[in-house]
Design a protein around this ligand. Structure first.
Ligand code: HEM
Length: 512
């Protein structure tokens, strides 16, 4: 009996101690919430990063707000993001349980939504195998060939440049992941993927991906016909498309493997290592199916976005394009395409690419992580369950690291600096996210973007378009997205640099 009383006393004292400690710490600063609803009126579904960066200026490195009690934390500097998302990765690597996106729309098995644990670790192991730095040279030839195809389409039909870039991005991933070659602009899988990526990033995830049903999960039980249950009707449609998008290309690989006609790729490599007799086959099959799909979803919009940022910057900064073209002419000449072997000799092209990545900041708020336990940081209390965003936009616009941050200025990377400064200035250390959920596709994009940039500059000029009266059309630069910072289509004039460049494009594409 005495020991029970003692045990109870210890529990009570411990609970009181925890309560007392918590009271000592305050929440991080942020915009003033309204009773009950919190900061719901402060959020916006378009370019939330701009508003988040205004909060950073008002409240500092770390900003907290809540929507109906769901905490949202914005980490506005590299140092804070590393302190929390990387150094405390064991508690900052979970993903939110999103009723709408995850359960109702069927995205819960995509890598970017997978809760932190065994499944996430298994999926990431598969991706490291396919996309780690050692695997990338295996894709070099494929990247060079697909880039030359892109150039040919741009030469044939420059006005529809965005369609060609989308097809390039889609083809590349379909080839790497499913060994599937796209043969027309109206390809079933590319169209399906485009539709699903749009559903995912601009509808399901708009406004940070938080829907009323995420805050009030009981809403999921509303009957479909009930007023306000429109979200459920949408979710049914979207889920069916997502499932199709996951199953169709994967089943095609399997059937081609049975017929002996499959092209070697990420799926075939891993399927060959699996056996249907293995007790964990169902789990492995499931992991692979969803990991393949996640790679596709995560790479399409990001790849399109960075290539469009590159076009836009070359359009607005012809002096930069000229300087890079001169470097390429000196190293590569005019009689062949650049190859990966040329990269070490083209430092200015590398600087242009770094500045495209920094200026563009393709995923300005990263993807949210969920805090798994209460945490204390600099005497501030961060409640368990808070969704944590690295405010990458604020980091790539930090004037202490990038003087005159809105300017597109590749020369900033040409200066000789010590290793620590070079690390701070490399946008790759922030744009791919942080810690245990950092983007596994960063090595692939490093190579694919480089070969596109270099080959394009070697063979094309991009200029402002001219209207029927000969007046220059100033491109309107409009971003109106929720997750990826993809520019709306802008008018431009893309032309081969010379008859020799045109001939090179034709010769090369004829030999493929
Ligand atoms: C410039 C291009 C790209 C950028 C800027 C980018 C950026 C990001 C960011 C910010 C995240 C979230 C990281 C975090 O949670 O901290 C992410 C996650 C992810 N990315 Fe990328 N990405 C790019 C290209 C790619 C490509 C080409 C692939 C695949 C081939 C890919 C696959 C993924 C996957 C699967 C995840 C989820 C990882 C997880 O939650 O564990 N990404 N990416």
């Amino acid at each position: 009996m005495n020991s029970i009383v003692l045990l109870l006393a210890v529990i009570v004292v411990t609970l009181l101690f925890i309560r007392f400690r918590r009271r000592q710490f305050i929440l991080p600063p942020g915009p003033k919430p309204i009773t009950l609803v919190g900061n719901v009126l402060d959020l916006t579904s378009r370019e939330l990063w701009l508003r988040a960066s205004e909060w950073a200026r008002c409240y500092g490195d770390i900003v907290y707000l809540h929507v109906f009690g769901q905490g949202l934390l914005f980490l506005n500097t590299y140092e804070v993001a590393i302190d929390l998302l990387e150094r405390k990765g064991s508690i900052y690597s979970d993903k939110p349980r999103l009723v709408m996106a995850g359960e109702l729309c069927g995205c819960e098995n995509m890598v970017a939504f997978t809760r932190y644990g065994d499944k996430a670790r298994r999926q990431r192991r598969l991706m490291v195998k396919a996309l780690g730095p050692n695997a990338i040279p295996n894709y070099h030839t494929l990247l060079e060939v697909e880039t030359q195809q892109l150039l040919k389409r741009l030469a044939d039909d420059p006005k529809n440049y965005e369609t060609h870039v989308r097809r390039y991005a889609g083809t590349l991933t379909l080839l790497v992941v499913y060994g599937y070659r796209v043969t027309s602009n109206d390809d079933l899988f590319v169209n399906l993927a485009e539709e699903c990526v749009d559903i995912l990033s601009n509808r399901i995830a708009s406004g940070g991906g938080i829907w009323p049903v995420d805050v009030f999960p009981f809403l999921r039980y509303l009957p479909l016909w009930f007023p306000g249950a429109g979200f459920k009707r949408k979710a049914i449609q979207w889920k069916a498309r997502m499932q199709e998008f996951t199953d169709k290309p994967y089943e095609l690989v399997k059937s081609r493997m049975r017929e002996g006609t499959a092209t070697p790729c990420f799926c075939t490599t891993l399927l060959e290592e699996m056996s249907e007799k293995h007790e964990k086959f169902a789990e492995q099959d499931f992991d692979l199916r969803w990991t393949a799909n996640s790679m596709y979803s995560a790479s399409l919009d990001t790849t399109v976005t960075v290539v469009l940022h590159f076009f836009l910057m070359m359009l607005q900064h012809p002096e930069v394009a000229k300087k890079a073209q001169k470097e390429i002419e000196t190293v590569v000449g005019a009689d062949r395409f650049p190859t990966f072997a040329d990269r070490v000799s083209l430092p200015y092209v590398d600087a242009v690419m770094s500045e495209v990545l920094r200026w563009g900041t393709p995923v300005p708020l990263g993807l949210p992580h969920r805090l798994m336990e209460d945490d204390i940081y600099n005497d501030m209390h961060i409640p368990r369950g808070t969704l944590v965003f690295g405010n990458v936009w604020n980091m790539t616009r930090n004037p202490d690291v990038f003087p005159n941050p809105d300017a597109f200025h590749p020369e900033r990377y040409m200066e000789k600096v010590d290793d620590a400064t070079a690390h701070r200035r490399d946008p790759r250390n922030v744009i791919f996210g942080f810690g245990r959920r950092r983007c596994p596709g960063s090595h692939l994009i490093e190579s694919s973007l480089w070969i596109v940039i270099t080959s394009f500059l070697a063979t094309f000029d991009i200029k402002k378009a001219v209207d029927e009266h000969g007046e220059i059309i100033e491109p309107a630069v409009v971003f109106e997205n929720a997750v990826f910072r993809t520019p709306n289509t802008f008018p431009c004039d893309i032309q081969p640099r010379s008859a020799r460049a045109m001939a090179l494009i034709r010769e090369q594409s004829a030999s493929i």
